[in-house]
Design a protein around this ligand. Structure first.
Ligand code: NI
Length: 173
């Protein structure tokens, strides 16, 4: 089921999310819904707070259309356990901040540990777009957005555009 995506600014996007204790049937449905919502948007990553659920869950699939088999993954309680000193810069965007992009510098490679839908702990090293995406999504679980890496003027400019967008959408009902 596709769920509505919250648009910044929203207090629910600023919350530190709660870890999940174990994988339940409800959480499996939530992960499925988040993947449906992400593919529909379309996007390469989505965090639970973006649909108003303050739980530590993110979903990703950074395989571009036509570049291989889709690889949807759901990561519960994801933790970065190692980050490279080498940095890389990507022009980032966010489904909660539509049509706004800015360069953000982050570690080029990260090792992440998470609880999978199978109830087992997983560990994997991510590079390239996957590394940027997983760090961006984990930030969401800590109430952090990519615009928080920008200077105050740029951030305020984007926030004002989003406030305007939300007013327009509200007016259109
Ligand atoms: Ni985002």
């Amino acid at each position: 089921m596709i769920r509505p995506i919250l648009i910044h600014p929203d207090p629910r996007l600023k919350k530190v999310c709660d870890p999940v204790a174990a994988i339940t049937a409800d959480l499996a449905v939530l992960a499925r819904d988040m993947l449906d919502t992400m593919y529909d948007a379309p996007g390469i990553g989505l965090a639970a707070p973006q649909i108003g659920v303050t739980k530590r869950l993110i979903v990703m699939d950074c395989i571009k259309t036509g570049e291989g088999e889709p690889r949807p993954i759901a990561l519960f309680n994801p933790e970065i356990i190692w980050a490279s000193e080498t940095l890389s810069t990507y022009d980032e965007g966010c489904l909660s901040i539509p049509d706004q992009y800015a360069e953000v510098q982050r570690p080029a490679e990260v090792r992440v540990r998470w609880l999978g839908l199978d109830g087992a702990l997983h560990e994997e090293q991510f590079g390239g777009l996957w590394a940027t995406c997983v760090q961006h999504e984990i930030d969401h679980l800590n109430g952090k957005l990519f615009i928080d890496y920008l200077g105050p003027l740029k951030r305020q400019m984007i926030t004002r555009k989003m406030e305007k967008l939300k007013r327009e959408r509200a007016r259109l009902g």
